[in-house]
Each structure stands twice: as structure tokens, then as C-alpha cells.
Design a protein around this ligand. Sequence first.
Ligand code: GLY
Length: 418
Amino acid sequence: MRVLVIGSGGREHALLLGLTADPGVDDLHVAPGNAGTRSIATNHPVDVASSDAVVALAREIGADLVVVGPEVPLVLGVADALREAGIATFGPSAAAARIEGSKAFAKDVMAAAGVRTAHSEIVDNPAHLDAALDRFGPTWVVKDDGLAAGKGVVVSADRAAARAHAADLLEAGHPVLLESFLDGPEVSLFCLVDGTDVVPLLPAQDHKRVGDGDQGPNTGGMGAYTPLPWLPEAMVQRIVDDVVEPVAREMSSRGCPFSGLLYAGLAIGADGPAVVEFNCRFGDPETQAVLALLESPLGEALDATATGRLAELGPLRWREGSAVTVVVAAENYPGTPRTGDTITGADVDGVLHAGTKVDADGSVVSSGGRVLAVVGVGDDLAAARAQAYDRVAGIRLAGSHHRTDIGLAALEGRITIP
Ligand code: GLY
């Protein structure tokens, strides 16, 4: 099978690595890719927000399957264009991608499906902001009602900080979503979804704040681990039964069935799981850890989802043990990152590229905020952490930073469900 992956991050590098391990996949392409994907796939410098350009590339290389990684092309309808061209595609239609692209749509689907989530209000008029803030908090949760790559979210007990973020969004013309704060540890559960059929992957936990101890601003994700030793074994099935399947059924009945990867971000509280957000694609950096433990052929699973045969797939098989991803970020991330710095030590097992490119002189340089995603695998969480941090220690990138506590709270038994 010839597979084309769309995207350029650590998630896409992880998808490509997973696909290389599938004997049914014999030719790999990526658009646009990064400096790390070159060694396992052919990189194509294509504008992935352009449906015409992606369809033309898929035709030119004769792709049997296209896997769309990021949310932006999905929300713009790239998967629709590929399907209309008769190409098997992993990723939802633009109508179904609204589950991530419009928080208001997601809330409406969840209300109709009876799925627990935070109470929310949309504010689109600055004159209504203060009264709305008074109906929430503390803690305030302020989101951009659109795509913001995690960085559009401010969670703060400081009303002035919450207000300032909301005011900035409104000034930029973005409606603001205020939400009640959900208590309890967070879980990312990724599910392959094909209409009303659902196959869960391993549960993972992201670390969204930039600094150790969950300090500092939100990011796209600074690290992750899987599985979750503190999560009761029956919880994954409960999330599938109470959250993912009802949402999938509701979307099908609205005429926008979901096909692809539905990412449920949940808080596990005293009353069970409640949805923090849905995403319409694999999460980053959880995917790098989750796929490191996958034993089933990845291409077969993605192809079964894309071609409406997920019900025939059966449960996925996983390696015993744990996996940890540590993100190495550029100086000043999540602010405007410093780029163009030479990276050394990144050409080793477990080091996945995200914001990297090849410079004119052939050296590998940083080109984005999250530069590398470094993965360790081991028989337990301690061993996986040790391997990931050993690998991080071998990387040189001027000004870079990473969290030193990925998976640590879980390892030390400090995560409890209220
Ligand atoms: N892990 C956060 C995200 O993928 O949005």
C-alpha cells in the first residue's frame, strides 16, 4: 500500500514511523514533512491547506491511502476533496471536523448526546464580557471559539488575566467561549471512529503548561505518557460507552458522520468523565507515545477506518510497558519561537522531528516552537522516562527548553481522582 501523510509535526513523524512497521505498507510519502521524515518517506513541499494541491499530489504519486494529520486542512475540507476524487482518506469531512473547529458546535452535539461537559457561554460583544465573567470562576477557563492549537486557552484563578485574554480575543474579532472549570486529572483518549463504530487506543496524559509543576502558560503540549497507572481499568470502556459512542451516533444522525480519529480530552472527576474538548485528529505529543506501544499494523487500522471497515478490525494489540514523550521546545516558546538554530544529536532512535527543516547548507535547523518530540519506551513508566530523558540529554539546540517532570506525578502516585 502507498500512503501519503499530510502534515509536518512530531505527530506525522510518529505516524510515518508506525506505518514503516506495517508490512502492508511499502511506499511512504509526506507533505510537507520535515528534516526527520526524509529518511523514511519522500517529502513533498506542498501547501496542505490547498485541497487542489493535495488532491493533485495524491493522484501524481498514486496514493492508496491519504492520512490527514493536522486540524487546519481537515477543517478546510481537504478530506472531502480527496474523497470526491475517489481516494481513500483517513480524516473527517469539514462538517465533522467542526467537533474541533467550532467549540459551539461541539457543545451542541454533546448536549444532544447527553454527554457531560463544562457549562459554557459564548461572548461576542465586549460590552457583555464583565457580566459573563461574573457568572464563572474562580477558576476561569477562556477559549477561542475556533482553532488555536492549545495556545488560545487560558485557565486562571486570576480574573484580570482571564479578562485580558478574553478582551484580546474579542478585539481580534474572535468570539470567546467561557467555561466552568472541570475538576480532576485529564485524560486524552484517541478513538478510531467510522460512523458509529469505535475502537479506542491506549489512554494518555498530556502536559499542557510550559513549565515543571504545571507552571506558566498553556502550550500545544510539552510531553505525554501512556498508559495511565492511576486510571481504573474499566474507565476506557466507560468513556467509549458514555462519551465517544453517543457523540458518534449524534453526528451520524445529524448527517455529518465522523470518520477518522476522534480525540476526547476529558477530566475524570468524582462523577466520572466529563469532556474538556474534542479534537478531530491525533493529538500531539500523546500520539508519539501511544503509537510507540502499538503492535497491530497501523496502516491496516487507518485503512479500515478510511474505507468503512472498522467493524471488521477487532481490538488493537499493544506492547506491555509504558512510553513517554518529552518535547524539546525552542527558546521563547510558546511565545514567538527563536528559529534557525542548528540541531545536533537528533538523528537517533526515538527522536521525532516536529519544527525542523534542512538549511541551505544541508544542516538540520529549528523551524518552529516545538522542535523535537523525544520518545522513550520501557517495561514501566520509570524505565520509559529514563530512556526518554537519556535521549534528550544527547540533543544540542541553543536556547531550547523542556519539562523535566513528564509522567513524574503519576510515577510518584500523586495523581488521584477526586
Ligand atoms: N495534545 C494536545 C493537542 O493535540 O491538541
